[in-house]
Ligand binder design. Sequence first.
Ligand code: PMT
Length: 397
Amino acid sequence: MRGKRVLLGITGGIAAYKIAGLIRLLRKEGADVKCIMTPASCDFISPLTIATLSEHPVQIEFWDRRNGSWTNHVDLGLWPDLFLITPLTANTLAKLAHGYADNLLTATYLSARCPVMIAPAMDLDMYAHLTTTENLERLRGHGVRVLEAQYGELASGLVGQGRMMEPEDQLKEVKNFFQGAHDLEGKRVLITAGPTYEKIDPVRFIGNHSSGKMGYRLAESALRRGAEVILVSGPSAQRLEHPALQLIRVESALEMLEEVKKQWEQCDLGIFAAAVADYRPAEATDQKIKKKEDEMSIRLVKNPDILAWAGSVKKESQFLVGFALETNDAVRHAEEKRARKNLDLIVLNTLEEAGSGFQVDTNRVHLIDRNNKLTSFELKEKSVVAEDIIEFIKSRL
Ligand code: PMT
């Protein structure tokens, strides 16, 4: 990162005090750091601290009332290689999403030509509010990279999602942006995500709680690193658009297998995060089944194991990663799955660990390699978990 110019935008949230640490980390990596603060953020951390650590004057207002000098937001917007707004309050988020330019930071955002990252931080209910979700979605759609808020204890004393991503993890994201941005260039990555729905009749199915979040975050991470990604997704509300993405939507395990069979041979890396139903109804009816008897049975037949198929035809040059979702005796079951399905790596997550598995935005994963070496990570946001997994895979490719 030597010589890279990072412009930090600091807004008025309690997490602003952590930005002193972030500046030190960035400076240690050799980055040139300038900072814009909103007036509200100066209540949370002194501009003198920020100026001293960044070794640049801090910009707060459009003009300095004492000597009448003008701070040009256009020049500031053209200076950086990356503009990172951290912490980002709900208030400034709303302004960015709707084009307000009522202070130096928001005006500079509109002038910036470089990529922009944001690290939202707010109370859990503000973060979960539909307005915030829509504003984040809007900025994502404008190409802004969101360093999602983390789960944990908040300044209010409540526990939930809303904590600013820790400075160390923000640094990782910034480093990936500069160094690793293209380290998967030329690679084709096949990812499976979401649940499968196994049809009973036109209105009912057998499914599971997978939201697709883990698989979609992995796809985002691989795309960011320059890979071409084929994402075979079961029914999921997640959305993703990217010029290097081929998104194939399927419903059942049989459909997922068919698509995976078409794609796997041309891919360098496979990451199978889908929660595939192990069984499907032996017969699906075309008419809705009517309520008659007090009891009814549905005969189930085994679905093919898609990952095991990919492992059985895997070439020397291909790297295959599976997931294991366990509830008990987790490591032993995961090791057994890794070996049986001929995987290079298995990602274990267990429902015994709070904040892990289905639906939630966080996950705690344990990676098991071909030598059964176990590497455990902390509970993190799924976007950060995806970065950790891809980083690990890259070190083994
Ligand atoms: O989607 P989210 O809400 O974000 O939740 C993420 C997740 C919990 C679904 C994900 O992290 C996860 O654990 N995915 C795998 C779930 C699962 O089905 O695990 P399993 O232990 O039953 O399967 C082992 C592996 O074989 C998995 O890679 C699975 O994709 C694959 N498999 C399983 C059965 C089958 N018929 N075909 C398969 O390919």
